[in-house]
Design a protein around this ligand. Sequence first.
Ligand code: C2E
Ligand code: MG
Ligand code: MG
Length: 558
Amino acid sequence: MITDIVQAFQYFIRQMSEVENALDTDCIADAINDICRLSDVGSMKVDIYSSATLIDTDKKETHILYDDGESDDDVIKIKKITGGSGALVYTISHKKGSEPWNERLHNRLDLLVSILFVFTSRFVINQVAQKYAYYDEAEYHNLRYFGAELTKLAAENKTKGLAAAQFNLKHFQGVNHHVGRDNGDVVMRTFINGLDEIKGCSVPVCRMGGDNFIMLMSADKIDDVVEYLKGTIISFGDEFSERVNVSATAGIYVFEDDFELKILGDLMDKLMPASGLAKKAGRDDVIFYDSELMNIRQQIATIQHQFPIAMENSEFLVYYQPKVSITDGTIVGAEALCRWSQKDRLIPPGEFIPILEQSMDICKLDFYMIERVCRDIRRWIDEGRNVVRISANLSRKHMLDVDLVQHLLEIIDKYNIPHVLFEVELTETTTDVEFKDLKRVVQTLQKQGISTSVDDFGIGYSSLKLIKEIPWNVLKIDKSFVPVDEDDEHSPTSVMFKYVVGMAREMGLEIIAEGVETKTQVEVLRKNGCDIAQGFYYDRPLPAAEFEKRLETGAIKR
Ligand code: C2E
Ligand code: MG
Ligand code: MG
């Protein structure tokens, strides 16, 4: 039993200093009780509000009650004190039948209340500060909260059996645009709530910013979470009548037994590379952090590091793959394809082009290739050979270069190459902005008498708009759209091939089928009126010297 007012205050202050985690309202009420008793004040009830505006609506954050009087005590004074970020309401009651309070007692009470306010408002400030520290503006838990929860779990050795994911909602700008920002907020919230329900872990999904989130899950729920992230229909609007599909790319790390986590950064080191890779087009939308991922990362770093040295050492070679007229087997053109010649092996472009496309390095390589192609054509002309039109691939990255055509012409004209002998292969674009650039580039090249072809038509984002609005010369049908021997004439591939070829012919486009490997495929081409083939059936991409020989002999049919 505390008998001294100073002691009572000390106890109260101690309680108030310990509110960082959770306020023990019983202890605080006890402390206030003691202070009131020792100050000769009757009974007091303290309500704490996180905001002054909440007082009237009675939405208290916390309620501290001190009342040792009868239930029908007279309320003699209600004191409201509002601070910058919170409010306190003291309701002081007078015990029925006791002596009325004199002015001295009232003053004493005011003083006491003011002192109590200073300390209890600490709690309010703390609560508000916590709110700002651990939530973002849309009231999602934030990364700081995630870090605090995670380090707590790690310190208690409780990360075993858990996994973490960092994910990014796909095309969410598009969703916002499509359904409106307010509905977009609802959709995002619903998607996250759904995830909270299935992840089997109490730490809520936290937002890192924008449409980037981070979460913990029970390791045995990974499959459910992955399925959910890969695409979930979210209903919203009046009576949930509207629906949108939300999906995400994600990096996942399953906590290993020997994983030591001291700070959040230790986990981010695992999640960032995985989620970064997942975001890149052409890869799986969900990537797990493991040794395979580290190998890929290592490969990427090596290629990026070696590229400038390889350029200096002229390690990149031009191979030529003939384009053959199926009617008479003559070579009517060729595509220049890049090979990286390292000491012990020849690296195919699939292994390095996608990496070079992550930076502007690909543009350096393309111009290098074009220079080599022009040099070869010049030599063939000078040697009096039978020269055909050569196409070179240009990455979409060039679309950012407003002087692209100018740069191309500089090289072509430096070697004095007749423009009809050069062709540029371009793939489809994904955005409207790129589409405009693509159209401008094709039109400008055409004015210069340089042919352009749509490469890999059929895969990616091909649209009819692409061939309707851009004046291409050549349509190259991707090998995945050329019927294989097993396809009968009613298979979807056969039907599509037939109509794409028919349409392109009607539009006056030259058509090339890519990846032709068998005689049966050649027959299919013939039947559908596609006259030019490029593929292993005739030739693989050949080193320049071999290609020169092939130019003399014509394509060899096996
Ligand atoms: P692409 O432009 O569509 O080139 C055709 C690819 O199909 C080549 O692969 C070729 O070897 C392959 N191919 C040809 N006939 C057949 C066949 O009958 N069966 C099969 N299975 N494949 C066949 P490659 O040489 O590995 O090149 C892959 C891709 O790399 C090219 O696809 C092109 O997109 C890119 N690429 C190659 N060189 C360059 C370059 O210098 N610059 C740029 N930006 N991209 C390049
Ligand atoms: Mg190509
Ligand atoms: Mg192609």
